[in-house]
Design a protein around this ligand. Structure first.
Ligand SMILES: Nc1ncnc2c1ncn2[C@@H]1O[C@H](COP(=O)(O)OP(=O)(O)O)[C@@H](O)[C@H]1O
Ligand SMILES: [Mg+2]
Length: 147
């Protein structure tokens, strides 16, 4: 586990995402926790930047997921990023219908998933990396933990 990091601006949260993004190699499953407006999507924009994604990243709440072509900076390999927003889902079956099991097994793909807690019976085929973002009410800063 990496100690908590503090972010006082959206720009810095994006920078933290960028630094984290540089460590991705393909095959990772990353889960994001934090209330609405915590900064999960901001952090993911930083990841996208590190992986040379040019499209604008917006929360895929209505589409559930979006997929982007990317380049992993540490290896130069081409792959894909799947950005999921499970806010509107309830059960594992909802994810499975979207091809979850197949996506999970793609070697050069990374899954970035917001709102895993909405799927009560969620199951993973691999150990997830967990990113949690808390809002510090006193100064509106963010505490980011990765473990
Ligand atoms: N330190 C900070 N880090 C991230 N976002 C922040 C911060 N301070 C304020 N914000 C604002 O909070 C909002 C976070 O939005 P978003 O990333 O979409 O949240 P989530 O995806 O967690 O619902 C943005 O409007 C952003 O400008
Ligand atoms: Mg979001």
């Amino acid at each position: 586990m990496i100690p908590s990091m503090f972010s006082s601006s959206p720009k810095y949260t994006q920078k933290l995402g960028y630094e984290f993004g540089k460590t991705l190699k393909g095959g990772e499953l990353v889960l994001f926790s934090g209330i609405l407006g915590a900064g999960k999507t901001v952090f993911i924009r930083g990841i996208a930047k590190a992986l040379q994604i040019k499209s604008k990243i917006t929360s895929p709440t209505f589409n559930v997921f979006r997929v982007y072509k990317c380049v992993f900076p540490s290896t130069g390999k081409v792959g894909k990023i799947y950005h999921f927003d499970c806010y509107r889902l309830k059960k594992m079956n909802d994810l499975e219908e979207l091809g979850w099991n197949e996506i999970m097994q793609e070697e050069n793909s990374v899954i970035l998933l917001e709102w895993p807690e909405c799927i009560l019976d969620i199951k993973y085929l691999k150990k997830p990396i967990k990113v949690s973002i808390l809002i510090n009410r006193e100064d509106n800063g963010r505490v980011v933990e990765i473990n």
